[in-house]
Design a protein around this ligand. Structure first.
Ligand code: PAF
Length: 280
């Protein structure tokens, strides 16, 4: 595997692959890679001949009081894991390479509507930062396909809208959420949890599954959401939302029972966790 830090080097590699008729897959990450990320790499490899992974902790998607400074940076371990999973190129640009005129002066992409609800309402500007960096990365890598995890469900919908609206010729592939044995969705932020918080955290997935069962049993969606929020609060979470939405994240129509997704965002101490279950 080659580790590249400049767009010029990256483009030269990708151009050579494309000249040979090879399909290029891409997995964007912020590093601190775990089994969840590696499952994205494995999926990318099934769909492409060569895989590029990026590691870039993107300043434009963190709010002023969020964890940008303390976000774990573990490039050597990330590179070792990527080699094991057969990734061909690790692209690890500096902030200057990604935003040559400074992050604050960069052209910003704003995907309207979907970026202002749910996580967008709780993390203003977050999805603009994600859309901006992903659009830049897509132009830098020029992949045929890109893999995103279903765990970040709203992010995936934002990326799909970005790709469709800006006519990127890239297949977006959704990867299932990787989970620990007790059901907690894998996330780099899980390591912020204390031992006590880590023991409580799987309650998020249990609540999502209870929401799914209640939908199947025909209970009113509003009461299912209220019950889920109380259950999480009783387990010591501060709940940002526990909701049932259509899979496109619009509000469900009255009586709707299919094409739904249950989503939770909740904080345990200083750690914000998100998860979801598609209710098919
Ligand atoms: O999901 C992430 O890790 C990030 O939001 C992404 C897509 C790599 C953009 O920085």
């Amino acid at each position: 595997m080659q580790t590249l830090t400049t767009v010029v080097e990256l483009r030269a590699n990708v151009r050579a692959w494309k000249r040979d008729g090879l399909r290029v897959g891409f997995v964007p990450t912020m590093g601190n890679l775990h089994a969840g990320h590696f499952s994205l790499i494995d999926l990318a490899k099934q769909q492409a001949d060569r895989v590029v992974a990026s590691v870039f902790v993107n300043p434009t998607q963190f709010g002023p009081s969020e964890d940008f400074a303390r976000y774990p940076r573990t490039l050597d371990a990330d590179a070792a894991g990527l080699v094991e999973h057969g990734c061909e190129v690790l692209f690890a640009p500096t902030v200057e390479e990604m935003y040559p005129d400074g992050a604050d002066n960069a052209v910003r992409i704003c995907v309207p509507g979907i970026t202002t609800i749910l996580d967008g309402a709780h993390r203003p500007g977050h999805f603009d930062g994600v859309a901006t960096v992903v659009a830049r990365l897509f132009n830098m890598v020029q992949p045929d396909s890109a893999v995103f995890g279903l765990k970040d469900y709203q992010q995936l919908q934002v990326i799909r809208q970005l790709v469709s609206d800006l006519a990127f010729a890239i297949d977006i592939i959704a990867a299932p959420t990787a989970r620990a044995g007790d059901g907690l969705a894998l996330s780099s932020r899980n390591q912020y949890l204390s031992a006590t918080e880590r023991a409580i955290a799987p309650e998020i997935q249990r609540t999502l599954l209870a929401m799914r069962d209640a939908v199947r049993a025909g209970l009113a969606l509003e009461s299912i959401e209220t019950e889920a929020a109380s259950r999480l609060a009783a387990a010591d979470f501060v709940v940002d939302y526990a909701v049932i939405r259509r899979t496109d994240l619009d509000e469900p129509v009255t009586g709707q029972r299919d094409g739904l997704v249950a989503l939770i965002a909740a904080r345990l101490g200083s750690t914000r966790l998100i998860d979801n279950v598609v209710l098919d």
